[in-house]
Design a protein around this ligand. Structure first.
Ligand code: UTP
Length: 297
Protein backbone atom coordinates (compact mmCIF):
# COMPACT_ATOMS: atom_id res chain seq x y z
CA UNK A 1 0.00 0.00 0.00
CA UNK A 2 1.35 3.43 -0.84
CA UNK A 3 0.33 6.64 0.94
CA UNK A 4 -0.99 9.59 -1.02
CA UNK A 5 1.59 12.33 -0.66
CA UNK A 6 0.25 15.68 0.53
CA UNK A 7 3.23 17.36 2.21
CA UNK A 8 5.92 19.50 0.63
CA UNK A 9 9.03 20.82 2.35
CA UNK A 10 10.67 23.95 0.95
CA UNK A 11 14.13 24.70 2.34
CA UNK A 12 14.74 28.45 2.24
CA UNK A 13 17.29 28.95 4.97
CA UNK A 14 20.49 29.26 2.93
CA UNK A 15 22.60 32.39 3.22
CA UNK A 16 22.36 33.23 -0.49
CA UNK A 17 25.89 34.62 -0.48
CA UNK A 18 26.07 34.72 -4.29
CA UNK A 19 23.45 37.45 -4.20
CA UNK A 20 24.97 39.70 -1.57
CA UNK A 21 24.25 42.49 -0.85
CA UNK A 22 20.67 41.90 -2.12
CA UNK A 23 20.29 39.03 0.34
CA UNK A 24 21.72 40.84 3.34
CA UNK A 25 18.29 41.49 4.84
CA UNK A 26 16.07 39.31 2.62
CA UNK A 27 16.12 35.60 1.74
CA UNK A 28 17.12 34.96 -1.89
CA UNK A 29 13.88 33.02 -2.30
CA UNK A 30 12.07 36.39 -2.07
CA UNK A 31 13.90 37.92 -5.04
CA UNK A 32 11.31 38.82 -7.70
CA UNK A 33 11.21 36.84 -10.92
CA UNK A 34 9.30 39.28 -13.14
CA UNK A 35 6.71 40.31 -10.51
CA UNK A 36 6.48 37.32 -8.17
CA UNK A 37 9.03 36.14 -5.60
CA UNK A 38 10.79 32.95 -6.69
CA UNK A 39 9.29 31.01 -3.80
CA UNK A 40 5.73 31.70 -4.93
CA UNK A 41 6.40 29.86 -8.21
CA UNK A 42 7.65 26.93 -6.14
CA UNK A 43 4.60 26.90 -3.84
CA UNK A 44 2.31 27.13 -6.88
CA UNK A 45 4.08 24.13 -8.40
CA UNK A 46 3.62 22.09 -5.20
CA UNK A 47 -0.07 22.99 -5.04
CA UNK A 48 -0.58 22.16 -8.73
CA UNK A 49 0.80 18.67 -7.98
CA UNK A 50 -1.69 18.23 -5.10
CA UNK A 51 0.65 19.12 -2.23
CA UNK A 52 -1.30 21.61 -0.15
CA UNK A 53 0.55 21.22 3.15
CA UNK A 54 3.75 23.23 2.79
CA UNK A 55 6.50 23.42 5.40
CA UNK A 56 9.09 26.12 4.84
CA UNK A 57 12.48 25.80 6.48
CA UNK A 58 13.50 29.35 7.23
CA UNK A 59 16.62 31.02 8.51
CA UNK A 60 17.49 34.59 9.36
CA UNK A 61 15.28 37.24 7.77
CA UNK A 62 12.28 34.92 7.63
CA UNK A 63 9.79 37.78 8.14
CA UNK A 64 9.55 38.67 4.46
CA UNK A 65 8.66 35.04 3.65
CA UNK A 66 6.01 34.76 6.35
CA UNK A 67 4.50 38.13 5.46
CA UNK A 68 4.29 37.21 1.81
CA UNK A 69 2.05 34.20 2.49
CA UNK A 70 0.02 36.01 5.17
CA UNK A 71 -2.86 38.50 4.92
CA UNK A 72 -1.87 42.14 4.45
CA UNK A 73 -5.10 43.80 5.54
CA UNK A 74 -3.98 47.46 5.22
CA UNK A 75 -2.89 46.94 1.63
CA UNK A 76 -6.01 44.91 0.82
CA UNK A 77 -8.30 47.64 2.29
CA UNK A 78 -6.51 50.28 0.26
CA UNK A 79 -6.83 48.35 -3.00
CA UNK A 80 -10.46 47.56 -2.18
CA UNK A 81 -11.23 51.27 -1.65
CA UNK A 82 -9.53 52.12 -4.95
CA UNK A 83 -11.57 49.42 -6.69
CA UNK A 84 -8.34 47.82 -7.97
CA UNK A 85 -9.71 44.26 -8.09
CA UNK A 86 -6.94 43.01 -10.33
CA UNK A 87 -4.13 43.83 -7.92
CA UNK A 88 -6.26 42.83 -4.94
CA UNK A 89 -6.64 39.35 -6.43
CA UNK A 90 -2.86 39.14 -6.93
CA UNK A 91 -2.21 40.12 -3.30
CA UNK A 92 -4.78 37.65 -1.95
CA UNK A 93 -3.71 34.78 -4.20
CA UNK A 94 -0.52 34.01 -2.26
CA UNK A 95 -2.44 33.89 1.04
CA UNK A 96 -4.96 31.27 0.02
CA UNK A 97 -2.59 29.06 -1.96
CA UNK A 98 -1.65 26.44 0.62
CA UNK A 99 -1.57 25.61 4.29
CA UNK A 100 1.91 27.04 4.99
CA UNK A 101 3.90 26.16 8.13
CA UNK A 102 7.35 27.32 9.19
CA UNK A 103 10.24 25.85 11.12
CA UNK A 104 13.59 27.52 11.78
CA UNK A 105 16.86 25.89 10.82
CA UNK A 106 18.97 27.92 13.24
CA UNK A 107 22.40 27.68 11.69
CA UNK A 108 22.56 26.91 7.95
CA UNK A 109 24.46 23.64 8.31
CA UNK A 110 23.50 22.34 4.88
CA UNK A 111 20.53 21.14 2.83
CA UNK A 112 20.49 17.76 4.60
CA UNK A 113 20.32 19.52 7.95
CA UNK A 114 17.48 21.74 6.67
CA UNK A 115 15.46 18.69 5.54
CA UNK A 116 16.03 17.01 8.91
CA UNK A 117 14.24 19.96 10.56
CA UNK A 118 11.04 18.70 8.86
CA UNK A 119 11.03 15.38 10.75
CA UNK A 120 8.38 16.27 13.37
CA UNK A 121 6.03 17.81 10.84
CA UNK A 122 6.27 14.98 8.33
CA UNK A 123 6.04 11.93 10.60
CA UNK A 124 6.31 8.55 8.88
CA UNK A 125 5.11 9.21 5.36
CA UNK A 126 6.75 10.01 2.03
CA UNK A 127 7.01 13.72 1.19
CA UNK A 128 8.31 16.07 -1.47
CA UNK A 129 11.18 18.54 -1.18
CA UNK A 130 11.27 21.53 -3.52
CA UNK A 131 14.22 23.90 -3.34
CA UNK A 132 12.96 27.43 -2.91
CA UNK A 133 15.35 28.95 -5.44
CA UNK A 134 14.79 26.42 -8.23
CA UNK A 135 11.90 27.13 -10.63
CA UNK A 136 10.44 24.51 -12.99
CA UNK A 137 8.47 26.05 -15.86
CA UNK A 138 4.81 25.27 -15.28
CA UNK A 139 4.43 24.30 -18.96
CA UNK A 140 6.72 21.30 -18.35
CA UNK A 141 5.98 18.22 -16.23
CA UNK A 142 8.25 17.04 -13.43
CA UNK A 143 6.81 16.82 -9.92
CA UNK A 144 3.63 14.94 -10.83
CA UNK A 145 5.72 12.35 -12.73
CA UNK A 146 7.98 11.99 -9.67
CA UNK A 147 4.96 11.48 -7.38
CA UNK A 148 3.56 8.83 -9.72
CA UNK A 149 6.91 7.00 -9.79
CA UNK A 150 7.09 7.12 -5.99
CA UNK A 151 3.66 5.50 -5.76
CA UNK A 152 4.59 2.88 -8.34
CA UNK A 153 8.03 1.94 -7.00
CA UNK A 154 7.68 2.84 -3.28
CA UNK A 155 11.21 4.23 -3.55
CA UNK A 156 12.92 7.59 -3.17
CA UNK A 157 12.76 9.66 -6.35
CA UNK A 158 15.16 12.42 -7.37
CA UNK A 159 15.08 14.76 -10.36
CA UNK A 160 18.00 14.64 -12.80
CA UNK A 161 18.97 16.84 -15.70
CA UNK A 162 21.70 16.42 -18.31
CA UNK A 163 24.37 19.13 -18.02
CA UNK A 164 27.60 19.87 -19.89
CA UNK A 165 30.52 17.89 -18.36
CA UNK A 166 32.26 21.15 -17.41
CA UNK A 167 29.24 22.16 -15.29
CA UNK A 168 28.86 18.92 -13.31
CA UNK A 169 31.13 20.16 -10.49
CA UNK A 170 28.32 22.57 -9.52
CA UNK A 171 25.84 19.75 -8.79
CA UNK A 172 25.31 16.42 -7.11
CA UNK A 173 25.86 13.74 -9.77
CA UNK A 174 24.25 10.31 -10.23
CA UNK A 175 25.59 6.95 -11.41
CA UNK A 176 22.64 5.24 -13.08
CA UNK A 177 21.25 2.16 -14.82
CA UNK A 178 18.44 2.28 -17.37
CA UNK A 179 14.89 1.06 -16.68
CA UNK A 180 12.03 0.17 -19.03
CA UNK A 181 11.02 3.87 -18.99
CA UNK A 182 13.40 6.15 -20.98
CA UNK A 183 12.64 9.00 -18.54
CA UNK A 184 13.41 6.96 -15.41
CA UNK A 185 16.77 5.58 -14.26
CA UNK A 186 17.83 3.49 -11.28
CA UNK A 187 20.37 5.39 -9.20
CA UNK A 188 23.28 3.20 -8.12
CA UNK A 189 25.39 5.91 -6.53
CA UNK A 190 25.62 9.65 -5.91
CA UNK A 191 28.48 12.05 -5.47
CA UNK A 192 28.29 15.71 -4.44
CA UNK A 193 29.96 18.25 -6.77
CA UNK A 194 32.50 15.92 -8.48
CA UNK A 195 35.17 17.14 -10.88
CA UNK A 196 34.41 16.35 -14.54
CA UNK A 197 37.03 13.58 -14.41
CA UNK A 198 35.46 11.91 -11.35
CA UNK A 199 31.81 12.35 -12.39
CA UNK A 200 30.02 9.01 -13.01
CA UNK A 201 27.67 10.65 -15.58
CA UNK A 202 26.49 14.02 -16.87
CA UNK A 203 23.24 13.68 -14.89
CA UNK A 204 22.95 16.44 -12.31
CA UNK A 205 20.59 16.45 -9.34
CA UNK A 206 18.16 19.37 -9.51
CA UNK A 207 15.96 20.76 -6.76
CA UNK A 208 13.05 18.33 -6.58
CA UNK A 209 12.92 15.19 -4.45
CA UNK A 210 10.24 12.75 -3.30
CA UNK A 211 11.67 11.12 -0.22
CA UNK A 212 10.75 8.13 1.90
CA UNK A 213 10.72 8.99 5.61
CA UNK A 214 13.71 6.70 6.29
CA UNK A 215 15.75 9.65 5.04
CA UNK A 216 15.45 11.24 8.51
CA UNK A 217 17.20 8.35 10.24
CA UNK A 218 19.90 8.38 7.58
CA UNK A 219 20.35 12.16 7.89
CA UNK A 220 20.68 11.85 11.66
CA UNK A 221 23.69 9.64 11.06
CA UNK A 222 25.18 11.68 8.22
CA UNK A 223 28.41 13.48 9.06
CA UNK A 224 29.22 16.88 7.52
CA UNK A 225 30.60 16.38 4.01
CA UNK A 226 31.59 18.80 1.22
CA UNK A 227 31.78 22.40 2.46
CA UNK A 228 31.50 21.03 6.03
CA UNK A 229 27.71 20.88 5.50
CA UNK A 230 25.32 17.98 6.09
CA UNK A 231 24.63 17.07 2.48
CA UNK A 232 21.31 15.61 1.34
CA UNK A 233 23.24 13.92 -1.48
CA UNK A 234 25.33 11.95 1.04
CA UNK A 235 22.17 10.64 2.74
CA UNK A 236 20.65 9.75 -0.64
CA UNK A 237 23.79 7.81 -1.48
CA UNK A 238 23.17 5.66 1.64
CA UNK A 239 19.55 5.14 0.49
CA UNK A 240 20.73 4.18 -3.00
CA UNK A 241 23.14 1.49 -1.83
CA UNK A 242 20.72 0.03 0.75
CA UNK A 243 17.64 -0.69 -1.37
CA UNK A 244 16.62 -3.59 0.87
CA UNK A 245 15.73 -1.14 3.68
CA UNK A 246 14.69 1.94 1.77
CA UNK A 247 13.33 0.84 -1.61
CA UNK A 248 16.33 2.34 -3.39
CA UNK A 249 16.57 5.58 -5.35
CA UNK A 250 15.27 6.28 -8.87
CA UNK A 251 15.78 9.37 -10.99
CA UNK A 252 13.27 11.07 -13.24
CA UNK A 253 15.12 12.75 -16.10
CA UNK A 254 13.78 16.24 -16.70
CA UNK A 255 14.16 17.66 -20.21
CA UNK A 256 12.12 20.84 -19.75
CA UNK A 257 12.79 24.41 -18.70
CA UNK A 258 14.40 25.01 -15.30
CA UNK A 259 15.63 28.26 -13.81
CA UNK A 260 18.20 28.31 -11.01
CA UNK A 261 17.38 31.65 -9.44
CA UNK A 262 20.16 31.22 -6.86
CA UNK A 263 22.71 31.86 -9.60
CA UNK A 264 22.98 35.46 -10.82
CA UNK A 265 23.28 34.73 -14.54
CA UNK A 266 20.51 32.11 -14.49
CA UNK A 267 18.36 34.53 -12.51
CA UNK A 268 18.63 37.19 -15.21
CA UNK A 269 17.93 34.58 -17.93
CA UNK A 270 14.88 33.35 -15.98
CA UNK A 271 13.35 36.82 -15.87
CA UNK A 272 13.88 37.35 -19.60
CA UNK A 273 12.63 33.86 -20.58
CA UNK A 274 9.50 34.10 -18.46
CA UNK A 275 8.73 37.72 -19.37
CA UNK A 276 8.95 37.23 -23.16
CA UNK A 277 6.07 34.75 -22.95
CA UNK A 278 3.86 36.97 -20.81
CA UNK A 279 0.99 38.58 -22.70
CA UNK A 280 1.30 41.84 -20.72
CA UNK A 281 5.07 42.28 -21.11
CA UNK A 282 6.18 39.93 -23.86
CA UNK A 283 5.33 41.88 -27.03
CA UNK A 284 7.15 45.08 -25.96
CA UNK A 285 10.04 43.16 -24.40
CA UNK A 286 10.62 41.10 -27.57
CA UNK A 287 10.86 44.22 -29.72
CA UNK A 288 13.26 45.87 -27.29
CA UNK A 289 15.36 42.69 -26.89
CA UNK A 290 15.84 42.41 -30.66
CA UNK A 291 16.88 46.05 -30.92
CA UNK A 292 19.18 45.71 -27.94
CA UNK A 293 20.75 42.46 -29.21
CA UNK A 294 21.54 44.22 -32.51
CA UNK A 295 23.64 46.79 -30.61
CA UNK A 296 25.83 44.04 -29.08
CA UNK A 297 29.09 42.95 -30.69
P1 UTP B 1 22.28 26.66 -1.98
O1 UTP B 1 23.59 26.04 -1.69
O2 UTP B 1 21.97 27.03 -3.39
O3 UTP B 1 22.00 27.95 -1.09
O4 UTP B 1 21.17 25.74 -1.38
P2 UTP B 1 22.90 29.00 -0.38
O5 UTP B 1 23.93 28.36 0.45
O6 UTP B 1 21.93 29.92 0.27
O7 UTP B 1 23.55 29.78 -1.63
P3 UTP B 1 24.92 30.57 -1.79
O8 UTP B 1 25.84 29.57 -2.45
O9 UTP B 1 25.39 31.05 -0.45
O10 UTP B 1 24.58 31.71 -2.71
C1 UTP B 1 20.05 25.23 -2.09
C2 UTP B 1 18.76 25.41 -1.30
O11 UTP B 1 18.87 24.88 0.01
C3 UTP B 1 18.56 25.84 0.99
C4 UTP B 1 18.76 27.19 0.29
O12 UTP B 1 17.94 28.18 0.89
C5 UTP B 1 18.35 26.87 -1.14
O13 UTP B 1 16.95 26.95 -1.32
N1 UTP B 1 19.48 25.65 2.14
C6 UTP B 1 20.81 25.50 1.96
C7 UTP B 1 18.94 25.63 3.40
O14 UTP B 1 17.71 25.77 3.60
N2 UTP B 1 19.79 25.47 4.47
C8 UTP B 1 21.12 25.32 4.31
O15 UTP B 1 21.84 25.16 5.33
C9 UTP B 1 21.65 25.34 3.02
Amino acid sequence: MTTKITKAVIPAAGLGTRFLPATKAMPKEMLPVVDKPAIQYVVEEAVAAGLTDVLMITGRNKNALENHFDRMTELEDLLEKKGDQDRLAKVRFATGLADVHYVRQGDPLGLGHAVLRAKMHIGHEPFAVLLGDDIIDDRDVLLSKMLTEQGKRNATIIALMEVEPEAIHLYGCAAVETTDDPDVVKVTGLVEKPSAADAPSNLAIIGRYVLRPEIFEVLQNTKPGKGNEIQLTDALQVMAVNPQFTGGVYGVIFRGRRYDTGDRLDYIKAIVQLAVDRPDLGPDLRVWLQEFAATLD
